[in-house]
Write a protein that binds this ligand. Structure first.
Ligand code: SF4
Ligand code: SF4
Length: 169
């Protein structure tokens, strides 16, 4: 894949990276990554996409955007990781961190349905996908009783635009 395509999909110019490593220094979860954020950019430039798609990093990344806000060239490694996750999914590469794909798909389906995350249906879908119904039961019940997992979903005004984005993918 050409660098211009990565730029197009992530909305930035990764060639501006001069390897200052600020992204790695500020990433809150870089200790759990097998490929550090600055190396993600270098590997993307060098076309090592297969290694990236098979890495833990793309599934560990929380998309918090700290990297993008600290980078002197406004490069978001989170956006690259997100793009690599999608590529890995399309290429049927199983995620290095299980069950990351299950939560990823449950999250995306929730956004597709409501335009915003609806925790109850997202968690239900996640549990159905993993078939692990008991492990967080106590915590889930506690959160539900505190009103942290509302049953009724909210929708947003631009829900049709969100649906259109998913249809165009
Ligand atoms: S902070 Fe920006 S310029 Fe520095 S290494 Fe990371 S992506 Fe490259
Ligand atoms: S978006 Fe991902 S790579 Fe960037 S700082 Fe957050 S967790 Fe780290």
């Amino acid at each position: 894949m050409k660098i211009s395509e990565i730029n197009k999909h992530t909305g930035q110019d990764i060639l501006l990276c001069y390897q200052c490593q600020k992204c790695t220094a500020t990433c809150p979860v870089s200790n759990f990554m097998d490929i550090k954020p600055d190396v993600v950019v270098r590997m993307s430039i060098n076309g090592k996409l297969d290694n990236l798609m098979r890495s833990r990093t793309i599934w560990v990344c929380t998309g918090c955007e700290t990297c993008g806000s600290r980078c002197p060239n406004l490069i978001s490694v989170g956006k690259i990781n997100e793009f690599m996750r999608q590529l890995a999914y399309e290429n049927k590469i199983s995620p290095a961190v299980k069950p990351a794909l299950d939560i990823h798909l449950a999250f995306l389906n929730s956004i597709k349905r409501f335009g915003i995350v609806h925790e109850a249906s997202m968690l239900a879908e996640f549990k159905l996908r993993t078939k692990d119904f008991l492990s967080d039961l106590k915590l889930g019940l506690k959160m539900f009783l505190k009103g942290k997992i509302p049953i009724k979903p909210h929708t947003i005004k631009g829900i049709n635009e969100i649906k259109r984005i998913f249809e165009e993918k």
